[in-house]
Write a protein that binds this ligand. Structure first.
Ligand SMILES: [Zn+2]
Length: 395
């Protein structure tokens, strides 16, 4: 057992314990006790955290193990072994950056399935993984640039097959490209590229397999279709507006929205210094709509998770970019940002009974942050001082 002494807790991210300061007892994978400082030091190992903030590990509900470079065209040349090595390395970085749970929204060679299982079995150290198979897409210009990250299919019959094949291969959910992509030169991010029937059938099959479709959607028409079809999650939702918000709420709020501000923000600001011009222009337009409408959706009660879609260069340069982007473009409070990145996201992927808050009995997925992020969110722009996944200290 390990005692984490003198932890500073954030009340909005802590359950069943009222004080700000605490000693936390970790027993194997779980949080066994949370006690007033000085009263619960039963662990064989004691770490004095000297008043630093201890909070739940972060979630990224929209990442890609394959996007370890901003030059996605490199992906085409990548073989299976290389893709796996890069994925392992990127997973390592995710955990280092404080992300204890990630959702891969489309990868080549069912990479996410292998990484998920290797991390879960203890073969490798990495975040908890929830994964799609490939980015399934109707045939569309530009898809081929991404190599095997994309899998094209057309028509309802192929939709049946694609969904069943992904789940049979071990994927947790089905990714589908409903509108064009910002990073895809041939695509119009606003336009729908599938038919309503294809979307309906894919979702229907996913539901029959007790899972859901994560729908890549930038444009309004796609968001509306996904709300009406009660799709599991809408990724990006860049051009969400009042009508979309109304449709999401009218359908019982079953569809969660996963904005990914990091990728658009980094492209709009050219953080890596090598963003192609067409991506910059599109990203500026996307960010403007996000400024106008994304916070409005959150305030209206749309369920909203934490995503980034970031490439590794950006993630290395600015580990807290999603916090920075949402602060600037959504104007959320520090606590709202922190809850979106933890418990709100845990709920969306149905892991809130196990992780997402600091609570006795939950898994010890924790990070220790130097500073008080609930008072100054810039504490999240730096790497955490320590990261534990299921009670095991990673750094
Ligand atoms: Zn993505």
């Amino acid at each position: 057992m390990i005692t984490l002494k003198n932890c500073r807790l954030i009340p909005e991210l802590t359950e069943d314990y009222d004080d700000v300061m605490a000693d936390i007892l970790l027993d194997g994978k779980v949080i066994r006790e949370i006690n007033a400082p000085g009263t619960g030091t039963k662990g064989e190992t004691v770490m004095d955290l000297e008043g630093k903030t201890v909070m739940p590990g972060l979630f990224d509900l929209h990442m890609h193990f394959n996007f370890d470079t901003v030059n996605v065209y490199e992906l085409r040349a990548r073989g299976e072994s290389q893709a796996l090595l890069n994925g392992i390395s990127y997973g390592y970085q995710y955990l280092r950056n404080g992300y204890t749970t990630v959702r891969d929204c489309g990868c080549m060679y069912y990479l996410g399935v292998y990484l998920r299982d290797a991390y879960a079995s203890g073969l490798l150290m990495g975040p908890r993984v929830i994964t799609a198979g490939a980015c399934n897409s109707p045939s569309a210009m530009g898809n081929s640039a991404f190599g095997p990250v994309y899998k094209e299919f057309n028509g309802p019959h192929e939709a049946w097959e694609v969904a069943r094949t992904d789940i049979a291969a071990g994927a947790d959910f089905v990714k589908y490209m409903v509108t064009g992509a910002v990073m895809n030169k041939g695509g119009d991010p606003g336009a729908m590229i599938c038919t309503r029937e294809e979307l309906h059938v894919l979702s229907d099959v996913a539901k029959s397999l007790n899972t859901y479709v994560a729908a890549h959607c930038h444009g309004k028409e796609g968001i509306m279709a996904c709300a009406e079809e009660e799709i599991g999650t809408i990724e990006h939702a860049s051009y969400i507006d009042d009508e979309c918000i109304e449709a999401l709420l009218a359908h019982g709020n079953v569809t969660a929205v996963i904005p990914t501000l990091s990728v658009a923000y980094s492209m709009a600001r050219n953080i890596t210094g090598n963003t192609p011009d067409f991506m910059r222009e599109r990203s500026l337009d996307v960010m403007e709509n996000i400024r106008q409408n994304m916070a409005k959706a959150y305030r209206a009660g749309v369920r909203m998770g934490w995503g980034s879609d970031a490439d590794r260069d950006t993630f290395s340069l600015q580990p807290g970019l999603e916090f920075k982007a949402r602060r600037e473009f959504m104007d959320l409070s520090n606590v709202e940002l922190l809850r979106q990145a933890t418990i709100d996201s845990a709920r969306i992927v149905h892991l809130d009974s196990q992780v997402g808050t600091v609570k006795v009995g939950k898994l010890a997925d924790l990070i220790c942050v130097d500073g008080n992020p609930d008072q100054d969110i810039s504490a999240m722009y730096r790497l955490p001082a320590y990261v534990w996944k299921e009670g095991k200290l990673f750094v």
